[in-house]
Ligand binder design. Sequence first.
Ligand code: C2O
Ligand code: CU
Length: 519
Amino acid sequence: MVSRNQKQTVYNLTKYKDALPVPPVLKHLYKGEGYTYYEVCMKECKVSVHSELPETTMWGYEGIFPGPTIQVESGERVYIKWKNQLPPVHLLPIDFTVHGAHRDVPEVRTVVHVHGAVVEPESDGYPDAWFTNGYQQVGEKFVKQVYQYDNYMNACTLWYHDHALGITRLNIYAGLAGFFLVRSKREQSLNLPAGEYDIPLLIQDRTFNQDGSLYYPKQPEEPVPGLVTSIVPEFFGETILVNGKVWPYLEVEPRKYRFRMLNGSNSRFYKLKLDRNQLMFQISTDRGLLPQPIGIKEIILAPAERADIIIDFSNLEGRKVSLINEAPAPFPSGEAKNEVRDVMQFRVISKAMYIDTSSIPSELEQLPVLSEKSVVRKRFLTLDHLMDKYARELMLLDNKGWDAPISENPRLGTTEIWYLINLTPDTHPIHIHLIDFQILDRREFNVEKYNNEKVIEYLGPSILPEPQERGRKDTVRANPNEVTRLIMQFGPYSGLYVWHCHMLEHEDYEMMRPYIVIR
Ligand code: C2O
Ligand code: CU
């Protein structure tokens, strides 16, 4: 007998059966003098994630999954009205015991954050600035319906996704995510592969029931009788999707391509490589181009991290090349499972349509110089591992929950160094809104001594970030037993933002803090 809660999930879908979709580019509604206006509406929709599976009910921006790609020019002013036309009942199990998701708020709330955007606080998608269908109800921090983006970023690969307090993991899992690409004249002049040879890849994991519906776990036991909860320490899906298709293939020409890889998973990390260890060239990190391209054979992407990679398929005519994943889950202490090793397949056709005139230039873009001498403040911030009153895992930042008074209050224009002191057994992808940062180093330390005496005793040398990370970052892997140091300058806006772990199950359950840039 199968109880209602026991899952009957799908695991045997044929790999590389469906073609990779590329999300369409969002069309503007209006282009005025010096600005562009868009509207994006969240709707419930039916999605075919695999041709052997019945359609899946999901939530999508503009009713598609992933949402349409928003494309802007660096410096272009864009207004977006985000609208919610979702049903009043959630698709997935809410946990009414986690912050901001109690019974006294509407079940379906949304707010949109452009991850990596330099944006005024009122348009950043603050978790408490949520709104319901037709703005009938709004959260405490809701200010306006139409968000303004001035796009002061250089060319980079960003993404937009839901950020509603206490249900972000469920809203994103339901499908609320899409690409937000910033282009620039300067980047264009580099002659990188472009147009149809510039393809975003949103990598996610999901589990499906046999009827095609999304599966998301509930805590197996009621912690106290009658209390139904759903927060799990982390979620790992059984199938891998790229751009909304399970294990897709892509026909490519024997030439260079640019792939904008984004890990949009709730908690899963990826260690991505090509099946015969072929060389790839990484040209950018989260927030823009690297100083020089680097040759790599693999890359780790934690949730929300991005990397733009050039793969050259010339001389591979007629061959199949797979993109595979060898990361353990949980990261780094779990096991790397065979079922989720495959990601997608490239099928190289026999002839290029045009001669490949694109290039991989030796210089890309200089990094801003952030000197340690100009630092006005160092902050020591722990990542903590506790138990809640129902004996569930609870992770905190600086030992504080979401509701504790604001403690990170950098002054506008100043430079700070943050020491992320990881006292937990997991790697956490820590994301700070508004700014981009550079990783200074990582260093092993004595966790036990820190727990007892609150002093950092380093056990090893300071280790520079991996070459793949030596660029503009907005999400950093803070490894267990290590202090990770970041340097950043706060601006150009002041006001209320957040920083948090981007493992969505952690973010939704207290591993998020407000911070304020003061004038
Ligand atoms: Cu990708 Cu605070 O988010
Ligand atoms: Cu975390």
